[in-house]
Design a binder for this molecule. Sequence first.
Ligand code: TPP
Ligand code: MG
Length: 357
Amino acid sequence: MSAAASRTTTDLPEPSLPDPDLLKVLRTMALARAVDERCMNLQRQGRLGFYVPLEGQEAAQVGCAWALQPGDWVCPAYRELAVALTRGVPLRDILNQLYGNSADLSKGRQMPNHYGFRQHRFLSASSPIGTQIIHAVGLAYASRYKGEKVVAVPFFGDGATSSNDFHSGMNFAGVYKAPVVFFCQNNQWAISLPREKQTHSSTLAIKANAYGFPGVQVDGNDFHAVYRAVKEARARAVAGEGPTLIEAVTYRMGPHSTSDDPRRYRTPQELATWKARDPIERLKSELLARGVFSEAQFESLQEELRSMVQKEVQEVEKMGPPAATSLFDDVWASLSPNLEEERKEFEELLREGVIRP
Ligand SMILES: Cc1ncc(C[n+]2csc(CCOP(=O)(O)OP(=O)(O)O)c2C)c(N)n1
Ligand SMILES: [Mg+2]
């Protein structure tokens, strides 16, 4: 029996938000899970090229994003689907990018799963580990210079705390009190490298001490704990009191990406221990225990979300690839004569079928 299921109503956590909001939170977490399941299957069926799952990290991601404001900057790594959904990014836009089709906002030019959404202040995913940390620090510093009351949040993993950019970003933000909320999802693994081989520090949060600002470790599978910690860190940052490092202790229940097999490096027992702490089950059982929600309502919510995702995928799969000639777009304001010539030649080869779009 999971820890959440064995709780009694008397030791339920103090809710961080009113019940109608918590139902929206649960819905967002369940939506992320439904998208995750579907995309893993689509990749296994050869319909999607690549996917990076977040299963197990829903409370950490939704908890953090829920505490932010629309003007705040989100600087993701590559696993932040639930952050994008909480920011209000339409699922259609995410799926179009995964497929790299003609409706993809990045025009099929980015690696799948490496989306960015300008209007949501959600930067393009950073694949090189840790680079988004310094981007966030720069954005935060510049925003304060411009008089904006916003924060920037780099999302990164336990592995990224060993990167040069983690040190540079934390140091600069500490010295200049940049309004940054450093959000580390310690999911216990950096691909096949376990947390205990990543660093000899007792926690990741403790690393903030070296840079002169607070570091907080929270239960990353507890929505309320994450939400409260980020809300407080955000308030400190916009009040000019400087950055905070938050370590959300969680677990990646799936593979690192569709390209690896975690059974090669971790035990079934470890996975079972963390599955019993499933963040969605945890919030759900709390709402059930308080009588806000019934098991039957949760099941119909899951049905509804799964069929909505299914319909979205059907629509997205109807779209063709981006036009092949679009590779000449967006680099120059106008094409030089030699590029004009190359483009004509390219169109000719397309017409003759020598090159296939
Ligand atoms: C600079 C750099 N080194 C190595 C890699 C290969 N790599 C991709 S993901 C990853 C692990 C990152 O682990 P963590 O920061 O814990 O994030 P998680 O994937 O667990 O979310 C590594 C080493 C990379 N992308 N960039
Ligand atoms: Mg990790």
